[in-house]
Design a binder for this molecule. Structure first.
Ligand SMILES: [Zn+2]
Length: 248
């Protein structure tokens, strides 16, 4: 599975795009979270190889703007330019708030020949629910979700392709049970930041065999990427996740 970190920053970053991931297998492309301006972000990290029309589905972890602010533009591009609905995968909690509290203000009405038409979520999106504790297969990628400890309903993800897999923490406080769940996959992509997020020091204190398989994202601008004891993902630098060798 090829993983391209489209952004690695937090909501306040002046250096990076917000954290989001492009996951690619031979048959399937998934966008994990969708910050604005998503087409520019995709273009820069893939050198124009992947655009919105090439994505099979957006998997949305939660509704903070640094993870979801690109959804309006993404769906409008699908609607007006591609003439199709945007495929979206999210939890029931995220779906319940997404239209009435996030998107409706900017997407609830369209003019056609000068006449206002009321629009609904289903006019733009084809939604598949992935509840916490649930699982789902998209193309050749198997997805699982688990709730995290965050200000708003948030799901961590496990994404398993035929030849490699990742566990992604999404936004969360430090949670060893969550990390153990993510560690079932080949590579753990974990957030670190201040406040309600996961402290870097807590991750560093974990079993070195675990942190060797961990990659950090969502770090603050002042975070010293060069001297981090746990490897950091870099914006626009893809890597290939391969199936771990079974322990001898
Ligand atoms: Zn958040």
């Amino acid at each position: 599975m090829k993983v391209t970190p489209l952004g690695v920053g937090d909501a306040f970053s002046a250096l990076y795009y917000s954290t989001s991931l492009l996951l690619e297998t031979e048959t399937t492309r998934l966008l994990v979270d969708c910050p604005h301006p998503i087409r520019k972000i995709l273009r820069e990290s893939t050198h124009g190889r992947v655009d919105v029309g090439d994505i099979d589905a957006v998997v949305l972890t939660h509704l903070h703007a640094d993870h979801a602010s690109g959804l309006e533009g993404y769906a409008y591009f699908c609607h007006f330019a591609l003439h199709k609905r945007a495929k979206l995968i999210c939890s029931p909690d995220v779906l319940a708030a997404l239209w009435p509290q996030h998107l409706r203000a900017g997407m609830g009405c369209l003019l056609r020949d000068g006449v206002a038409h009321e629009m609904a979520m289903g006019d733009y999106f084809d939604v598949t629910l992935l509840p916490p504790g649930g699982a789902l297969t998209v193309g050749d990628v198997h997805l699982r979700a688990r709730s995290t400890v965050h200000h708003v309903p948030t799901c961590a993800l496990r994404c398993a392709g035929p030849a490699g897999s990742i566990g992604y923490s999404a936004d969360t406080a430090f949670d060893e049970d969550l990390i153990a769940w993510l560690a079932e996959e080949d590579v753990i992509i974990h957030e670190t930041n201040l406040g309600a997020h996961t402290p870097y020091e807590k991750l560093c204190a974990l079993d070195p065999a675990l942190t060797a398989r961990m990659r950090l994202v969502h770090y603050p601008d002042h975070f010293d990427v060069e001297s981090s004891a746990i490897a950091c993902l870099r914006q626009g630098e893809p890597f290939v996740v391969r199936r771990r060798q079974a322990a001898a």
